[in-house]
Ligand binder design. Structure first.
Ligand SMILES: Cc1cc2nc3c(=O)[nH]c(=O)nc-3n(C[C@H](O)[C@H](O)[C@H](O)COP(=O)(O)OP(=O)(O)OC[C@H]3O[C@@H](n4cnc5c(N)ncnc54)[C@H](O)[C@@H]3O)c2cc1C
Length: 414
């Protein structure tokens, strides 16, 4: 299918994460000349993500969901949320994916659509209208895209490209957005740390922990406890009966909290992973000149759970639709993101309130959510649909307004 203006654009995408590759697929299908530059050797490695997706993945991306078996590790039917003195059990369908296989499947779709993926190619800096890319492969790559210009540059490992459009999908610290001078200065990040663990047989298994020697593979658990994780929550997401992905995020260095959690639960670490997770900023502009932000580079992450896969992939679809209708320029893309941005803002406000929660607040929240009438709302709307989720929860249970008592602290802070 050709795009409506009938002009094939040269598009450079920086970053071959799932979001960059998804944009590449959609734009190559429209007939554009798309090249994706990825600094790592292999797409999908190293893994820095748990890989949880809500059931809404099927709704937003029905075509991709058809080949879910290529990257699916586990499917959950239940989520347990624990605070210090309360336990909430909810029926929720969620997916766990292998991020390497997930990212690889997005790469393959992009290539099948006609996009070129260049691994070991880093965006280095901007020079005038061009971008300097560093080729870290030893051999001379001969299948260069047609927006590439070698002659201008002294170092043969570096070359200049002058694409019509640049898509920054290069993660939370986006060098591309910084080079274009519109990486929002007030943006902040969480540090995420996680491990693949097994349970050890031993005396440490006490009443605070899941004391069985295997994981319940149908259920994942989140812990909201200020003593284990003061400014976020801990997740325990089983791959199978033997192994689970456990992790936490914090604005402070998370290692100390993580070690305590691992010790308290008598887990044996098999593999460690860590990464930066952006906190959504409503001030972040989504486009400047010929540069467009996507995914973590845009800060498209739900601040309540730090899930960024579905929002990032949704934004890629929105950008491709705006390019197709030739309405992406002069703020057109930024405006088209308004619905998603409102949702992410709601997540951020809820997160900011939660930042002030005491252990008692968590207990109270869980007891309110455990009511049948609220459970029904949660079963209907996932966190990828936060506006009706919040609205109907408040209608059915006005006592949720109790937590707005933290609002004055937020207003004073800002
Ligand atoms: C510990 C942890 C757990 C998480 N768990 C979940 C979860 O369960 N569910 C969920 O939805 N989200 C989760 N996230 C968030 C999720 O990982 C991100 O939102 C998602 O990866 C965003 O995809 P992306 O394509 O925008 O960016 P990325 O996946 O970060 O991809 C960016 C790509 O750009 C490349 N790149 C960077 N700079 C350059 C450059 N200069 N030149 C060329 N290439 C470059 C990188 O190598 C990378 O491949 C988690 C994050 C962390 C850290």
């Amino acid at each position: 299918m050709k795009h409506s203006s009938n002009k094939s654009l040269d598009i450079a995408i920086i970053g071959a994460g799932p979001v960059g590759c998804h944009a590449a697929t959609l734009l190559a299908k429209l007939g554009h000349n798309v090249t994706v530059y990825e600094e790592h050797k292999k797409v999908g490695e190293p893994i820095q993500c748990t890989g949880l997706l809500t059931k809404d993945f099927d709704k937003f991306f029905p075509q991709i969901a058809k080949s879910k078996d290529d990257f699916l590790v586990n499917t959950f039917s239940e989520v347990i949320v624990k605070s210090k003195n309360q336990t909430l059990i909810t029926n929720q369908k969620e997916y766990l994916v292998c991020r390497t296989k997930f990212d690889q499947s997005f790469k393959k779709r992009a290539q099948a659509a006609g996009a070129t993926i260049k691994t070991q190619h880093s965006f280095i800096r901007k020079e005038g209208r061009g971008l300097i890319i560093k080729n870290k492969t030893t051999q001379n790559n001969s299948d260069h895209s047609n927006h590439q210009n070698h002659s201008n540059h002294k170092n043969h490992h570096e070359f200049k490209i002058i694409p019509d459009l640049v898509i920054a999908a290069d993660g939370p610290l986006s060098k591309t957005a910084k080079a274009y001078g519109f990486y929002e200065k007030t943006r902040k990040n969480y540090y995420g740390i996680q491990a693949v663990v097994e349970k050890q047989h031993g005396p440490n298994n006490n009443h605070n922990t899941a004391s069985l020697n295997h994981f319940n593979k149908d259920t994942f658990i989140t812990y909201f406890r200020n003593d284990w994780c003061p400014d976020f929550f801990i997740w325990d997401v089983p791959e199978n009966k033997q192994q689970s992905r456990v992790g936490l995020a914090s604005k402070k260095p998370p290692k100390k909290f993580f070690q305590k959690f691992i010790q308290d639960n008598n887990f044996e670490i098999k593999q460690m992973q860590a990464g930066v997770i952006p906190i959504y900023s409503h001030k972040q502009k989504m486009q400047k000149d010929n540069c467009y932000l996507l995914g973590d580079a845009a800060g498209h992450v739900k601040a309540t759970t730090l899930g960024g896969l579905i929002p990032g992939l949704r934004a890629a679809k929105i950008l491709s639709q705006k390019i197709q209708s030739n309405t992406y320029k002069v703020g057109g893309y930024h405006k088209a993101l308004n619905k998603l941005r409102r949702e992410l803002l709601l997540h951020k406000i809820i997160r900011n309130l939660m930042d002030h929660f005491t252990n008692n607040d968590w207990d109270k929240l869980l007891s309110l959510v455990s009511q049948k009438k609220i459970q029904k709302v949660f079963e209907k709307y996932s966190r990828d649909n936060p506006i009706p989720l919040t609205f109907f929860s408040l209608i059915k249970e006005p006592r949720f307004l109790y937590f707005t008592r933290h609002l004055p602290k937020l207003i004073l802070k800002n």
